[in-house]
Design a binder for this molecule. Structure first.
Ligand SMILES: Nc1ncnc2c1ncn2[C@@H]1O[C@H](COP(=O)(O)OP(=O)(O)OP(=O)(O)O)[C@@H](O)[C@H]1O
Length: 218
């Protein structure tokens, strides 16, 4: 990254991980920056990351739209969206969910499920229903089983997310012909935790404890 006086950067911070700053001087091999809180900090240039001063106040719904795709930029974008109760963000076809730790019923009602039903992926706001819908559509059109991997540290919201995916699949799938079981029952009977259980003994659960929803052609 080429730095000059006035460059907008992110600098590491003990309290908030990263803080917005501006380059004010060059001292030996180090760069002097002033943070948004007015604190002068000396840092090596390779420890600084470029920052988009014009970043949309509300963040962007897909990380690939960020001017600078770096760790502080990604975290800042998630924080901006979270402040507006936008807990979902795409990175291409991957959905990032930030645990709201509060009920957001308006996100998961029948009206929302109806909206995402059949909508092209990426057309509507990022949502777990969009991922579930894409998986369901792929299964129907390609006649191939699909998997959705839900990954995150303990307490991140994997179980809740998996339940939401099942809720959506139940909604769009209805009941299969010649089968008395509801889609929810069928999904549950696929033992969604099988993959997780198989992986967990080999991986520390705090690193990855995935839930897997298998969307099977029945
Ligand atoms: N989408 C959501 N909306 C509202 N609350 C949520 C959501 N996701 C998670 N939570 C809250 O966070 C808590 C922890 O989530 P959850 O049990 O899904 O985590 P987990 O990743 O499965 O954890 P563990 O790996 O320890 O089993 C839930 O009990 C719920 O209170």
């Amino acid at each position: 990254m080429s730095l000059r006086k006035g460059s907008n950067v992110w600098v590491e911070d003990k309290c908030s991980a990263w803080v917005a700053a501006q380059v004010t001087d060059f001292i030996g091999k180090q760069v002097q920056v002033v943070t948004e809180y007015g604190k002068k900090v000396l840092a090596l240039p390779e420890k600084l990351y470029p920052r988009d001063e014009e970043a949309d106040h509300g963040g962007v719904d897909d990380m690939t739209k960020l001017t600078y795709l770096n760790e502080p930029g990604v975290l800042d974008n998630l924080q901006r969206r979270y402040a507006l109760n936008e807990i979902y963000t795409y990175t291409g076809s991957i959905l990032i969910a930030v645990n709201p730790f509060t009920k957001l019923p308006h996100l998961y009602n029948v009206h929302m499920m109806e909206q995402y039903k059949g909508a092209p992926f990426g057309e509507l706001s990022p949502h777990v229903f969009a991922v579930a819908d894409a998986s369901y559509r792929a299964m129907m059109s390609e006649n191939q089983s699909q998997s959705i991997l839900v990954s995150g540290e303990s307490g991140a919201g994997k179980t809740e997310t998996t339940k939401l995916i099942m809720q959506y699949l139940t909604y769009v799938g209805g009941r299969a012909a010649a089968d008395d079981r509801t889609v929810e029952q069928q999904v549950l009977e696929q033992k969604c935790a099988d993959l997780g259980d198989a992986l967990v003994p080999r991986l520390p659960s705090t690193v990855i404890n995935p839930c897997c929803v298998e969307n099977k052609v029945l």
